[in-house]
Write a protein that binds this ligand. Structure first.
Ligand SMILES: C[S@@+](CC[C@H](N)C(=O)[O-])C[C@H]1O[C@@H](n2cnc3c(N)ncnc32)[C@H](O)[C@@H]1O
Length: 262
């Protein structure tokens, strides 16, 4: 990602003392090039080749590139998630991470699950090919930059298995496919903790519809990228819609949208 980044000034967010997230000062951050700029640079064929080469390099150099767990969560959100796994160790039901990318968070979190609730499975759901076009396009019309389309696509289930194996986490279960289309047995009967991290508004909403009825009493769903303000990712739109439709109060913690079941 860094290799295609340009520097721009955008507003960023910071946590206030009530654990909510508010807009603060502008800061310089990396932004991906737009698809148009990429195509101009290399053409569609050139882009496909570059993409494939990126994937092969990631796979071959995995022991070096991924010697540390490649987690994508902001550190404060990782802390909230790990804390939840400890808090909910006594709640029955498996743990799901929907949208796991390279399984960096899964590597860390599954160690806690194995140690403190060994009866639970840690299940990761992902396309392992990045976003689905129609789901992505729906968010472009809400203002998400087109250049993010391929963010997670240089990936595969085989690469993620390799990374998990490098970290001795072979017991993490991988389920490949569009998570909005999940059905039993891939969809478990009960979950105690769900990390929902697919970034986009429609799949976030539809996946909440699938998982909320299966959330055990006392369980929790954490929806990543629920940053109040003008974030790139539109997961918050799906989270807000789900809360409104189910008469649930919105609850924000360090950029997570939180749903609990009493
Ligand atoms: C932000 S990454 C996940 C990061 C990961 N949770 C971590 O902490 O490292 C988002 C992931 O969601 C996946 N994704 C997006 N839409 C999806 C869908 N409809 N079904 C399954 N996975 C999806 C992408 O492939 C990508 O790997």
């Amino acid at each position: 990602m860094a290799s295609v980044a340009q520097k721009v000034s955008v507003p960023v967010v910071a946590a206030d003392t009530s654990n909510n997230v508010v807009q603060t000062q502008p800061k310089t951050v990396a932004q991906p090039r737009t698809e148009t700029r990429r195509r101009r640079a290399s053409g569609p064929l050139g882009y496909a080749v570059t993409h494939r080469v990126r994937y092969i390099v990631k796979y071959l150099l995995a022991p070096i590139l991924y010697r540390h767990a490649p987690f994508g969560l902001a550190p404060e959100r990782l802390a909230v998630y790990l804390n939840c796994l400890l808090d909910k160790a006594g709640v029955s039901g498996d743990v799901a991470e929907v949208g796991c990318n390279l399984a960096g968070t899964a590597i860390i979190a599954s160690k806690i699950v194995q140690k403190f609730s060994p009866e639970k499975s840690y299940v990761c759901y992902d396309t392992f090919e990045g976003f689905l076009n129609e789901q992505f396009d729906a968010d472009v019309s809400k203002g998400m930059p087109r250049g993010l389309r391929k963010y997670f696509s240089a990936n595969s289930e085989k690469l993620v298995k390799r990374i998990l194996s490098l970290h001795g986490r072979k017991e993490v279960i991988l389920v490949k496919g569009d998570a909005t289309k999940l059905r039993p047995p891939q969809l478990r009967d009960h979950y105690s903790v769900v990390l929902l991290d697919v970034d986009l508004s429609e799949p976030t909403h539809d996946i909440l519809e699938l998982f909320y009825p299966r959330l055990s009493s006392g369980g929790v769903i954490l929806v990543d990228d629920c940053i109040q303000g003008n974030g790139w990712w539109k997961a918050i739109v799906g989270y807000k819609r789900f809360c409104a439709e189910h008469n649930l109060e919105e609850d924000y913690r360090y950029g997570f949208g939180v749903i609990t079941k009493v």
